[in-house]
Design a protein around this ligand. Structure first.
Ligand code: NI
Length: 162
C-alpha cells in the first residue's frame, strides 16, 4: 500500500525514532509499504519516519546491479573512513538538493527485514544513502549538514515552492 511521504515541516521528521523490539506483522507490512512508496516516488531510500512512523527502520535500493536492495532495522553505523562531498536530495524536500559531506565508507550493522543480523561495509552511493536514511531516524535532514548560508538559501527556495 502506498503511504503519503511527509514533507519538510512535518514534526515527525524531527523525531528521534524508537528502536524496534519485535518484527511483527505490522512492521513487515510497513516494510512492504516503504518499498512500494520508495519505488513509486523513484527514490533510492525511504525511512519509516518519512511515512509518519517514528521507528528505526529504512529501505533502500540504489539501482545498481552489483548492490542488492535492502532493509535495515535498528542500524548502527561504525568505523567511518574518509570523506566525500556529493550532491544529495530527499523525498521529504522535493526539488531541493545540495552538496553534503559524508563518510566515504562505513561499517553497517543491524537487522534485515527478516530479523536476521547483518553486517557489511558500504561505500560510494550506498554509503551516502545509508547515512542519509540513518539521519532520518535521528530527526536529521540533509539541510542540517550544509553551511548556515546554504541552508538559508535552501529554505528560501522551499518557501517559494509552497
Ligand atoms: Ni531523505
Amino acid at each position: 500500500m502506498l503511504r503519503d511521504i511527509r514533507l519538510f515541516g512535518d514534526p515527525v521528521l524531527r523525531e528521534k525514532c524508537a528502536p524496534i523490539e519485535d518484527l511483527d506483522d505490522e512492521i513487515r507490512e510497513l516494510i512492504e509499504d516503504l518499498q512500494e512508496t520508495m519505488y513509486e516516488a523513484d527514490g533510492i531510500g525511504l525511512a519509516a519516519p518519512q511515512v509518519g512512523v517514528p521507528i528505526r527502520l529504512f529501505v533502500y535500493d540504489i539501482r545498481d546491479p552489483d548492490v542488492p536492495p535492502g532493509v535495515l532495522v535498528n542500524p548502527e553505523l561504525l568505523e567511518p573512513e574518509g570523506t566525500v562531498r556529493e550532491d544529495e536530495g530527499c523525498l521529504s524536500l522535493p526539488g531541493l538538493s545540495d552538496i553534503v559531506e559524508r563518510d566515504e565508507s562505513i561499517l553497517v550493522r543491524g537487522l534485515d527485514g527478516e530479523g536476521q543480523a547483518v553486517e557489511f561495509r558500504a561505500d560510494g552511493l550506498l554509503s551516502r544513502c545509508i547515512q542519509h536514511e540513518n539521519d532520518h531516524l535521528d530527526g536529521v535532514l540533509f539541510l542540517d549538514r550544509v553551511s548556515p548560508l546554504k541552508r538559508k538559501m535552501l529554505l528560501r527556495k522551499w518557501q517559494k515552492r509552497e
